[in-house]
Design a protein around this ligand. Sequence first.
Ligand code: HSE
Length: 316
Amino acid sequence: MKDMSDFVSAFAPASIGNVGVGFDMLGLALAGAGDRVLARRVDGDRVTVAEVRGLDGEIHPYLSNNADENTASIAAQALWDAHGDSGGVELKVHKGVPLQSGMGSSAASAVAGVVATNALLPAPLEIEALLPYALEGEKFASGGLHTDNVAPSLFGGLILCPEVLLPEVIRLPTPEGVSTVLLHPDLQVNTADARRALPRSVALKLWLEQQGLLAGFIHACATSDKELLYKSLRDVVIEPHRKGNVVCFEDVVAAAMKTGALGCTLSGSGPSIFALCSSNDAKNIASAMEQACRAQGIGCQSWVSTMNAPGASIES
Ligand code: HSE
């Protein structure tokens, strides 16, 4: 029996898809939460999953060891098929990101799986080259191609990643003195279902409005213009169709804005809700959001993060 020292360990952070203004094309890494994947070389020719554990260290109650159904192994297998050698790879997946949380849970596993497996390759790839393989895992989970969780989890920070420009993704500057607060209510939203429920077309007027908000937001981030950030952090296209899935949404947003947030909206397809705010206000805003959520009888957890949180890394 081999010991743990045979394993390479990779950590990949949680992330905020859409960042309100850029549906499927803007993502933000979140410090403080993430998935860990351990990988080692074994006999055989496939990527297998030895165990999936939750935050408590116990065997995960909902995720199985079936390598065809885990985003970490699906992504790792895609990488191994393209660049591996004749051996196999065994993974241990340690979930730190809650499932169906709107925090990029499937992406964090896919990214950590790929980063750990990459370290075992005869000739490891540059991190930029790992994106397409990590996306294979995400595609399986969400039933569509969207890069806005995988890219920030892999690279860290704020990433612009519209499908039309792939494989190119753009690392955007983050504003000085602005932090992220993310509230995760104890609810679940299935991303694939939430995507299927969206309308197939958008009125030109709304499209123009959202384009303007996205452009303004990117400029506000580049220039650390908090006033412009306040004006531009809004989702007029997607949020109206999704906020009804999160019963505490209106109250949590109202609490964040009343406490001085620059903007507050859904993280990915929800149920998580994030706010951007002056870093000095972050703790108060997190408490206010938690209080509003609990007042609805819904348990929750919150994180405060810098906007340029680091991406995935090898830990050992
Ligand atoms: N862009 C994706 C969506 C993110 O909103 O469906 C899912 O986390």
